[in-house]
Design a protein around this ligand. Structure first.
Ligand SMILES: CC(C)(COP(=O)(O)OP(=O)(O)OC[C@H]1O[C@@H](n2cnc3c(N)ncnc32)[C@H](O)[C@@H]1OP(=O)(O)O)[C@@H](O)C(=O)NCCC(=O)NCCS
Length: 296
């Protein structure tokens, strides 16, 4: 029913294909593939035998940059999906992705261009895997985790839910920074809600406690936990777009950590000192120039 299969596509034996499916030019489906309703298979995608793709999945779309993206994207090779994979509902897989055999990608997850997921790995519900990342064999990633670009995750790693990883330490504005994701060595386990900074290496069989902020390499077979946040320095002026006052919700609210920080000498000359004003909006926020006028 209303399914569009391009003449140049190849569909294997005993495939089951739902309603409103698009199978684009040169796509190749192996035998016994299941495709749910409303699935879109982009040009040249290769899908192995017995793979199961659930409703509304998008398979092999090309990446697109926004007009202000600092990282421009290239046209990628078609996606390759191995045998016996499971692709959940509403999953979006980009061109250039390689999924080896028996990989599971759960509902709502997305995997960006050129990432490789090795066999039997599980990418959990709502996980976002960025570009050029490698996920090792049998590695399991739980719900809602963000795996950054240029990251290496070795085999038999466990990553809990809502873990956040980064590849740009200075939060670069112009795209000149080298982007290096963390490396997670084989057998390591990362607790829920941990935050791992760029380039950090988590050692073999190491454990990162729930909620930890990992700023330095973790030796093999050690357990680390706890936040590391503390005042370091003022933000370098060359990275600052605005120098605006801060305000707190209550006149007697506790002093914000930033207000305790020493003022940068250059900024002190050019900017008014920080001050606090009452607000009914809750937590401390930076004022926009307009807000500032009204705040008096
Ligand atoms: C880090 C962890 C492995 C340590 O477990 P443990 O060895 O049994 O440690 P304990 O519970 O005996 O705690 C030892 C101390 O560390 C503290 N601690 C434990 N986990 C901590 C964490 N994540 N962050 C900060 N402190 C932690 C405890 O409060 C305790 O402190 P105390 O000695 O002052 O009382 C564990 O607490 C953890 O965070 N596991 C991650 C769970 C997870 O995310 N699972 C994902 C799948 S659901």
């Amino acid at each position: 029913m209303n399914t569009a299969i391009d003449d140049s596509a190849v569909v294997g034996r005993r495939c089951r294909i739902g309603n409103f499916v698009t199978i684009s030019a040169r796509a190749v489906l192996g035998d016994d593939v299941f495709i749910g309703h409303n699935v879109i298979i982009h040009p040249g995608a290769r899908i192995g035998d017995r793979t199961n793709i659930q409703d509304h999945a998008v398979i092999g779309r090309q990446p697109i940059s926004s007009t202000i993206s600092t990282r421009k994207v290239d046209h990628c090779e078609p996606i390759q999906i191995g045998a016996e994979c499971i692709i959940g509902s509403h999953v979006v897989l980009y061109a250039g992705v390689v999924l080896e055999d028996a990989v599971m990608v759960a509902d709502l997850a997305s995997i960006r261009e050129r990432t490789v997921v090795r066999k039997q790995a599980i990418v959990g519900r709502g996980v976002l895997v960025e570009y050029d990342t490698v996920i090792g064999e049998r590695t399991k990633i739980q719900t809602g985790t963000h795996l950054t670009g240029n990251m290496i995750i070795e085999s038999d790693v466990f990553i809990g839910g809502e873990v956040c990883t980064m590849n740009d330490k200075q939060l670069d504005r112009d795209g000149s920074a080298e982007l290096i994701g963390p490396r997670i060595r084989r057998g390591a386990r990362i607790g829920c809600n941990a935050t791992i900074l760029p380039g950090v290496i988590i050692g073999i069989d190491a454990v990162v406690g729930a909620g930890a902020t990992v700023t330095k390499d973790v030796p093999d077979a050690t357990v680390v936990s706890g936040p590391a946040a503390k005042y370091l320095k003022d933000a370098p002026p060359e990275f600052c777009l605005n120098q605006l006052p801060l305000r707190s919700p209550e006149p007697n609210a506790k002093t914000h950590i930033l207000d305790r920080a020493p003022r940068h000498p250059v900024l002190s000359r050019h900017c008014p000192p920080r001050r606090t004003v009452p607000s009914s909006k809750g937590p401390m926020v930076r004022l926009t120039p307009d807000d500032d006028e009204h705040a008096g």
